[in-house]
Ligand binder design. Sequence first.
Ligand code: AQP
Length: 333
Amino acid sequence: MVKKIFSGVQPSGNLHLGNYLGAIKNFVDLQNQKNTECVYCIVDLHAITIKQEPKDLKKNIIETLATFVASGIDSKKSIIFNQSSVPAHAEGSWILSCVARMGWLNRMTQFKEKAGKDKEKASVGLYAYPVLMASDILLYDATHVPVGHDQKQHLELCRDIAQRFNSDFNAADFLKVPEPLIQKNFSRIMSLKDATKKMSKSDPSDLSRINLTDDRDLIISKIKKAKTDSKPMPSIDENLEKRPEAENLLGIYSSLSNQNLERSKKEFEGKNFSEFKRKLSDLLVDKISPISDEIKKLLNDKKYLDDILLEGSKKANEIAYKKIKEMKKLIGF
Ligand code: AQP
């Protein structure tokens, strides 16, 4: 059976190490597996659920694309496009919002977190965000969706919406019910300033994250300033629950060096943090600098990047248009 993968990243700012280790690195691995077709979307319609400056949005779409390509997503193997260039996503979202129930959306924790205390001021789009995500996935008959832990609830909603549509319109198996692909290890990279919060584009402190465009000196200085506790590096059998900073930094080291946490703990057992931080900075510079150099190079060739989006949109439109047409026929339009 062919595995059909769909996933997306919001062009809402500089992509960071969390986006890379939690999503993009995995996108590249999936693309290189046999019998797998991948569709990777720059979800610009999702990004505007929170106010974006038009000129920044345009720049962020191109930078997200450059980051995809610099990290190894190959437009010859995967479809890469931006969501707003395929009208079927918004159309499907409206249809599915008439299938989804208010009660289902009211349970979504991400809306509660992102809307904060003043829900009345949140956009309707932020509330309906998971329905648009369902439309994205279902238009491509995706069988598997790589998501972070934070998106698991939205994927469950997508499964409910697909099943409800199929049953309401008497069309068994028309919308494919997708499975989540959740990375087992290091799926949540935390802030360098507060390891109880996830590393995020929208964190006001740039010191909280490693951006994929950071240069060598900036990476070294951010790791030097990363929060730690005053104890030496943990021993191999130490439980890290009460040492979130140590756990996060060791997790980043393990993920980048493709080794398990136990091995990393053994490597640094009893040493002091400054020695570990030096090694971690070296590894980060080693892995991130080639990506950031490539991003800079790609951004100087706008035509090349525009052509990738154009070609990707064409392929995506073909697939999505066909599905939405069938969907509309089932509804009675
Ligand atoms: N800290 C993280 N650790 C692991 N994975 C992460 N992802 C994001 N942050 C981390 C994963 O990256 C993919 C794309 O995310 P997104 O840009 O669409 O939205 P997000 O999850 O809301 O990312 P941010 O950085 O937190 O953006 P803002 O601040 O704009 O909301 C997803 O698969 C996500 O799980």
